[in-house]
Design a protein around this ligand. Structure first.
Ligand code: DAT
Ligand code: MG
Length: 165
């Protein structure tokens, strides 16, 4: 079954110049990239993305990490689509804890745990279909993706939008 998944190359991945390495590993999956961008992560976006972890003792450090407090203040966000996308990508990423991750997985190869206990695990990948839907809709607008993967609606907007001059 085809599905889609959100990938984030986290600030440590960008700081360590791992973008190319990570994308090369992900290309093993033969999935299609249907959206990609560089984002400066706000506290609001970070809180929303990790809201299910709000009660964890490491939450504040996790939010600072994803916002780029310790590295570069940017994240690369991508959406991959294709046969079994969620599972294929999770497998290449490896386990959450980089020290327990398979050593040839992305997290096993490039991740570390800091002395503060932050899992700098280089990459995020959606865990399942429900999470993928929540996360992709959080990080991307419909017209930033080249495929219509979820239902959309048109709204009247009075917002000042910036366009090229
Ligand atoms: P995953 O990113 O593998 O989906 P998750 O959703 O459980 O894992 O957690 C999100 C992130 O939170 C994870 O990438 C790193 C951090 N994290 C999870 N458990 C942690 C722990 N015990 N200590 C420190 N950071 C942790
Ligand atoms: Mg998760």
């Amino acid at each position: 079954m085809t599905n889609q998944t959100l990938i984030l190359i986290k600030p440590d991945g960008l700081k360590k110049s791992l973008t190319g390495n990570v994308l090369t590993r992900l290309s093993e999956t033969k999935l299609d990239i249907i959206g990609a961008k560089i984002i400066r992560v706000s506290r609001k976006l970070a809180n929303e993305h990790y809201k299910y972890l709000k009660k964890e003792p490491f939450f504040e450090e996790l939010i600072k990490y994803i916002m780029g407090h310790y590295h570069k203040k940017k994240v690369m966000a991508l959406v991959y689509w294709g046969e079994g996308a969620i599972d294929k990508v999770r497998k290449i990423c490896g386990a959450t804890n980089p020290e327990k991750a398979d050593m040839v997985s992305i997290r096993g190869q490039y991740g570390r745990i800091t002395t503060k206990g932050v899992y700098e695990n280089v990459i995020h990948a959606s865990a399942n279909k429900t999470e993928a839907k929540r996360e992709i809709r959080l990080w991307f607008e419909p017209d930033e993706l080249i495929m219509d993967i979820y239902a959309t609606k048109k709204i009247e907007s009075k917002k000042n939008i910036q366009v090229w001059k």
